[in-house]
Write a protein that binds this ligand. Structure first.
Ligand code: NAP
Length: 277
């Protein structure tokens, strides 16, 4: 029987744990989202983050700035948030206007409040196998596998995609967890040769239905990170449903990795709260 890796069930369990952990605490974790300009997609993401915070009893605020704000002004705003002891986690919602260097802004967030896990210190600590904030989607994927007791030790994990927010950090996390990891990308020759070796296949390429049954071996665990909105409003992933037939377990789209990304952000914000100075 094929196991469905239900991200709604796993994220609900994590939210319950966080609520429990906070039930005796008078102080609450506080997440601040910095939003520059009026990108409609960003508005939706920010709303979802706030909703999740409220569900578990975290405080959340949005700091809104006009798209005309200068990089130096944004640095100053971040300085204030970095120094504010009532703020535990800071996210700068991307994309930023083109006159602002997103990397410079990320580098300006205190690594202790960088709950997106994008700061070079957190990225470096992840690669050294040390405590760090890890980008929310990879952290969510690890928790999804744990929730379904899928052991990664000595497994061959193949990751399709090498982005800084998904592919690279999930590869590092699973390497730290003693998996054997292969990372593939758009310049990889004979992708199918690699994906067919996977005990666990993580697909984050951003191409709808690119992985079909020809790419996988029987018994594989498939984690589909891709999200694509279809013309009829439904969502599809990077994995074609034909591949599910061969899988021992797979994460669906929707209700797979998506809800776990929010759970990952909540876990990071709670960690920042616990480790506050
Ligand atoms: N569920 C969630 O919460 C969540 C979170 C984040 C992202 N996503 C979704 O996940 C997908 C990936 O996101 P991302 O931010 O990682 O995307 P991205 O920054 O566009 O990176 C895509 C990666 O896939 C690789 N790639 C592209 N075509 C390929 C091919 N034919 N064969 C092998 N590799 C190929 C690219 O290789 P190169 O490096 O060589 O260009 C790149 O490394 C998107 O659909 C995104 O919407 C979902």
């Amino acid at each position: 029987m094929t196991l469905i890796l239900n991200g709604v069930a796993a994220s609900t369990a994590i939210k319950e744990q966080l609520k429990q952990a906070l039930s005796q605490s008078r102080e609450k974790p506080h997440l601040v989202v910095v939003l520059v300009g009026q990108d409609p997609a960003s508005e939706v993401y920010v709303k979802n983050k706030q909703k999740a915070c409220h569900e578990v009893g975290f405080m959340s605020s949005v700091k809104r700035y006009e798209s005309s704000i200068t990089q130096d002004q944004l640095f100053n705003e971040l300085d204030k948030l970095n120094q504010d002891n009532d703020v535990h986690g800071i996210i700068v919602q991307l994309p930023l206007p083109s006159h602002i260097n997103a990397n410079a802004i990320i580098d300006h967030i205190s690594p202790h409040k960088d709950v997106d896990g994008f700061h070079p210190i957190n990225v470096g600590n992840l690669h050294r196998g040390q405590n760090s904030f890890v980008s929310a989607t990879p952290l969510g994927i690890l928790r999804l596998l744990e929730f379904y007791s899928i052991d990664v030790v000595s497994k061959h994990v193949v990751v399709v995609g090498r982005s800084n927010i998904v592919g690279k950090p999930i590869a590092a996390l699973l390497l730290n967890a003693n998996a054997t990891v292969t990372i593939t990308h758009s310049k990889t020759k004979n992708l199918m040769h690699h994906t067919q070796q996977a005990d666990i296949l993580i697909v984050a390429a951003g191409i709808k239905h690119m992985i079909n049954k020809d790419y996988v071996k029987k018994g594989v665990v498939i984690v589909d990170v891709g999200i694509h909105r279809n013309d009829d409003g439904t969502l599809s992933g990077d994995v074609h449903p034909s591949a599910y037939e061969l899988a021992s377990a797979y994460s669906p789209v929707p209700k797979g990795v998506g809800p776990m990304t929010i759970a990952g952000l909540l876990l990071n914000t709670y960690q920042a709260f616990q480790e506050r100075g």
